[in-house]
Design a binder for this molecule. Structure first.
Ligand SMILES: NC(=O)c1ccc[n+]([C@@H]2O[C@H](COP(=O)([O-])OP(=O)(O)OC[C@H]3O[C@@H](n4cnc5c(N)ncnc54)[C@H](O)[C@@H]3O)[C@@H](O)[C@H]2O)c1
Length: 386
C-alpha cells in the first residue's frame, strides 16, 4: 500500500475539521475517500468532490472504500464502531475519549489486542505541543527531580447554554457519559497521566449543572495522591469567565509553571531534600536560577497526529498517541466524577464495573429533555484551547 484511504464517521464539528485538512492535502500519502453521517443530505458537497457518502458507519466499514476510519461521533459510538472497524480489518483513529467509560475502553482495547497488525491511534493532539513536550523532557531527564506536587486549574473551558443545546447528546449521561471531565478536560487529563503517571487514590467534589441547565458536571475539584506520595489538585469548570489555565509542577529540584503561553522553571541549585538535611540555618532555601523555557506557541495540529497515523500504517512509525493509552484519561475522568458522586475516596485502579453500574443508574434516572438548537456559522477551531 502506498496511500491510505481514510473514511470519517461522524461529520459534525470535528469530523468536518478533519475532512477540511485532509481534502487540503495536509496529510501526505493519505486520501479522504468516504464520509459518513446519520444525516447524509448534509454531505452533498463531499459527493461533488468525489468522496463516497454513507449514512451508516458499519456500512462504510464493510465497504471496500477505506483502509482506515477516523471515528468522530458522540462518545458511546466510539466503542461499537471501533470494535466493528478492527474486526473488519481497518486501521482506526478514534477521537477522544476512546470510549465513554473505562469498561467500554477495556472492551475496545481487548479487541485491538486481537488485531496487533492494525494501527489503533487516538486523537490526543496536545501530545504534539511543544510546551508539553518540553515539560515531559524536564521531568524525564531528571531536571525537576522527584515530583512532589502539582496543581492544575483549568477553568478556561467556558461554554454557553447555546453550546449545550447544539447537540442532543451533549452534557447528558445517556449521550455523552459526563460533562467537563470526559469532554473538554480530557486533553488535560491525558497530559496529566502522560507527564505524571496515574494516581493511587482520588477524592473529588463535583457540581452537576451548577452553571448550566445540564444534568452532568460543569465544575470539579479533585485531590490526587500518587504512589510516591506526590499530591495534586485538579480544578475544572465550563462556567467561569475569563477563567484560568495554570499548571504548576513542584519537584525536589524546582518548580515549573505553565500559564499564558509562558513556561517558567525556577530551578534549585541543590535538591530541597539535601538542603533540608544539610543546611545549618532554619529557613534557608536552596539558591535558584529563574529560567524562561523557550516554547513555540503554535497550537497543536490534528493533521500532525493523522500524519503520524498514516506513517505508522505505511512505514511502521511509532504512534505518538496509541489508543490503548486513552484508557488512562477516561479512568481519570470517570474516577473524578465517581468519587464526587459517591462522596468517597476511590482507590486506583478504579473498579470499571462499579462505575459502569453507577452510570447506568444515572441514565435510568435521567429526567432531562433536550431541545436541540443548531449554532450557525461559528468558528469551531476557536474551541481548541490549550
Ligand atoms: N480532538 C479534539 O480537539 C476534539 C475537539 C472537539 C470534539 N472532539 C471529539 O469529536 C467527537 C465529535 O464531537 P463534535 O463536537 O464533532 O460533535 P457533533 O455533535 O458536532 O458531531 C457528531 C456527529 O456525529 C454524527 N453521528 C452520531 N452518531 C453517528 C453514527 N452512529 N454514525 C455516523 N455519524 C453519527 C452526528 O450526526 C453528528 O453530526 C467527540 O468524541 C468529541 O469529544 C475532539
Amino acid at each position: 500500500m502506498n496511500n491510505v484511504r481514510v473514511g470519517i464517521i461522524g461529520m459534525g464539528n470535528m469530523g468536518k475539521h478533519h475532512a477540511e485538512y485532509l481534502l487540503a492535502g495536509k496529510v501526505n500519502r493519505c486520501e479522504l475517500t468516504a464520509v459518513c453521517s446519520t444525516s447524509p443530505h448534509k454531505l452533498e458537497s463531499y459527493k461533488q468532490k468525489g468522496v463516497k457518502i454513507f449514512s451508516d458507519g458499519e456500512e462504510m466499514i464493510r465497504s471496500n472504500e477505506v483502509d482506515a476510519v477516523l471515528i468522530a461521533t458522540p462518545h458511546y459510538q466510539h466503542t461499537s464502531l471501533g470494535i466493528a472497524a478492527l474486526k473488519a480489518g481497518k486501521h482506526v483513529m478514534v477521537e477522544k475519549p476512546i470510549s465513554a467509560h473505562k469498561a467500554d475502553a477495556e472492551r475496545l482495547i481487548a479487541v485491538s489486542k486481537e488485531h496487533p497488525k492494525l494501527v489503533f491511534g487516538a486523537m490526543f493532539q496536545l501530545r504534539t505541543e511543544n510546551r508539553y513536550v518540553k515539560i515531559k523532557k524536564l521531568i524525564t531527564d531528571g531536571s525537576l527531580g522527584e515530583i512532589v506536587r502539582f496543581s492544575w486549574i483549568v477553568t478556561d473551558w467556558f461554554r454557553t447554554e447555546a453550546y449545550y443545546a447544539s447537540g442532543g447528546w451533549r452534557a447528558t449521561w445517556r449521550g455523552e457519559g459526563g460533562g467537563v471531565l470526559i469532554n473538554q478536560c480530557l486533553h488535560q487529563l491525558d497530559m496529566l497521566q502522560w507527564l505524571l503517571g496515574m494516581p493511587s487514590k482520588v477524592r473529588s467534589f463535583v457540581q452537576l449543572g451548577r452553571f448550566h441547565n445540564i444534568e452532568v458536571e460543569d465544575q470539579v475539584t479533585a485531590y490526587l495522591e500518587f504512589p510516591n506520595n506526590a499530591t495534586g489538585v485538579f480544578t475544572a469548570s465550563t462556567g467561569e469567565a475569563p477563567g484560568t489555565n495554570r499548571f504548576e509542577i513542584a519537584g525536589t529540584m524546582g518548580k515549573l509553571v505553565l500559564e499564558n503561553d509562558k513556561l517558567s522553571f525556577t530551578r534549585n541549585e541543590v535538591s530541597m531534600v539535601e538542603q533540608s538535611k544539610t543546611a545549618k540555618l532554619g529557613f534557608q532555601k536552596p539558591e535558584v536560577w529563574n529560567v524562561d523555557v523557550p516554547i513555540t506557541t503554535v497550537p497543536a495540529q490534528h493533521a500532525t497526529l493523522m500524519q503520524n497515523f498514516v506513517d505508522a500504517i505505511l512505514d511502521g512509525a511509532q504512534l505518538i498517541s496509541p489508543a490503548e493509552e486513552g484508557i488512562h484519561s477516561i479512568e481519570l475522568a470517570n474516577v473524578m466524577l465517581y468519587s464526587g458522586l459517591i462522596d468517597q475516596t476511590v482507590q486506583m485502579p478504579m473498579d470499571s464495573a462499579a462505575y459502569e453500574c453507577k452510570l447506568k443508574q444515572l441514565i435510568a434516572e435521567s429526567k432531562i429533555e433536550k431541545k436541540v438548537v443548531e449554532i450557525s456559522s461559528e468558528d469551531f477551531t476557536k474551541s481548541f484551547t490549550r
